[in-house]
Design a protein around this ligand. Structure first.
Ligand SMILES: NC(=O)c1ccc[n+]([C@@H]2O[C@H](COP(=O)([O-])OP(=O)(O)OC[C@H]3O[C@@H](n4cnc5c(N)ncnc54)[C@H](O)[C@@H]3O)[C@@H](O)[C@H]2O)c1
Length: 354
């Protein structure tokens, strides 16, 4: 086992500066060797702020550094597959932000390279590290809900299209909108809690109704205005709905970055024969059970955690031990399969059999 690993952060934007970099800085077992961004000022600022590492503006320069053990890929979705595969082929382990990739074939290639090169490839589906999510998983594994036959996920907002006219709203950069950006977390969370059931059939519809043209879109909050380009592209889904039959429960979902109902709902219902759980996304949960002729509703209290931080710290330990973890591409790829099938189903206007 390695004492201390040397890592590089590729892409020094929002998620890198808010999650990956602080977690590596907090780890006794990791040292940031490089901050890399094609926007030099971002790499330079990261070096200055953190007082360590070297700024680089082209990741190819560090591929062959024999002292580099692992990288966090925190660029936008279009570069995930390319950068992750380049580093794995160069012998480095990779923690790649979610979604694994824009389309399923890119994610499949990443999985293939990960196993061919025997390099760890973890995907940033951070809810797998949430204390609340793991409590729910345990209750379900212990049979408290009985048979969980239906899971419903709601990730609906009123006016929350992000980064108007930027990477998030441009298909070529993102591979999709509300489903691939938000839905990926919800679907992966459900897959994890329900022990990674295989998707069997998928029916979905993705809509792109409110964001185009962007100049007509009325927003009230969020960070939409950051880098706002009124002439920018909007060619992704702003809402989505679907039904997935799996080897476990049926999963249904409604999601929207924006829709003309101001009743935002970000929760997941796990519905079983003996009980149910409503998980408030990124929050706690309500447990509904039946006992001795009583309907019981409880709000379990427990210590919360920083799931992003714990995800990065676990990655560090897995690199040191050369062990795959719960965010391994082989688990995360189920969500890529589902999302691809939702988009395919929407386009074909029929159910997809996997
Ligand atoms: N896990 C989560 O909850 C979560 C939250 C936010 C974002 N994300 C994901 O993180 C990724 C980045 O999102 P963000 O909001 O941080 O975006 P961002 O635009 O703030 O940051 C991306 C950075 O990557 C840089 N970059 C682009 N191409 C590069 C290249 N070839 N080499 C080096 N740097 C490059 C950009 O200049 C930019 O600074 C996305 O895939 C997004 O889906 C995950």
């Amino acid at each position: 086992m390695k004492d201390k690993i040397r890592v590089a952060v590729i892409g020094c934007g929002n998620i890198a500066t808010s999650a990956h970099i602080p977690a590596y800085m907090a780890s006794e077992n990791a040292e940031i060797a490089y901050f890399c961004d094609i926007r030099p000022e971002r790499a330079d600022a990261a070096v200055e702020k953190n007082g360590c590492g070297k700024a680089v503006y082209d990741y190819h320069e560090i591929l062959d550094d024999p002292g580099l053990d692992a990288v966090s890929v925190c660029t936008h979705n279009d570069m995930h597959s390319v950068i992750a595969c380049d580093f794995m082929r160069a012998g480095k382990d990779v923690l790649c932000e979610k979604p694994a990739a824009r389309i399923l074939s890119e994610a499949v290639e990443m999985q293939k390279v990960s196993y061919e090169t025997d390099r760890i490839l973890s995907i940033g589906v951070c809810n797998r590290y949430s204390a609340a999510v793991n409590k729910i998983k345990r209750l379900i594994d212990e049979g408290v809900l009985g048979e969980v036959y239906h899971v419903y996920a709601s990730f609906r907002a009123y006016r929350s299209i992000p980064g108007l006219g930027g990477d998030f709203t441009t298909f070529a950069a993102s591979g999709g909108g509300s489903l691939i950006d938000w839905g990926v977390h919800y679907l992966d969370l459900v897959e994890y809690v329900c022990s990674d059931p295989e998707p069997l059939t998928v029916s979905g519809s993705a809509f792109s109704k409110l964001g185009s043209p962007i100049s007509d879109y009325i927003y009230t909050s969020m960070w939409a205005e950051q880098d706002y380009d009124p002439n920018g592209t909007f060619d992704v889904d702003d809402s989505v709905t679907g039904l997935i039959r799996t080897s476990g429960p049926v999963i249904t979902f409604n999601g929207a970055w924006a829709e003309n109902i101001d009743e935002p709902g970000t929760f997941i219902d796990f519905i079983g024969t003996k009980g149910g759980i409503r998980h408030q996304y990124c929050g706690g949960f309500t447990l509904y059970t039946v006992r001795d002729g009583m309907l019981i509703r409880s709000e379990p209290q427990f210590r919360r955690n920083d799931m992003h931080r714990d995800e990065v710290l676990d990655f560090v330990e897995c690199v040191r031990k050369h062990e795959r973890n719960r965010n391994d591409i082989s688990n995360a790829i189920l969500t890529s399969k589902i999302m691809q099938a939702v988009y395919d189903s929407s386009e074909a206007r029929r159910e997809i059999v996997l």
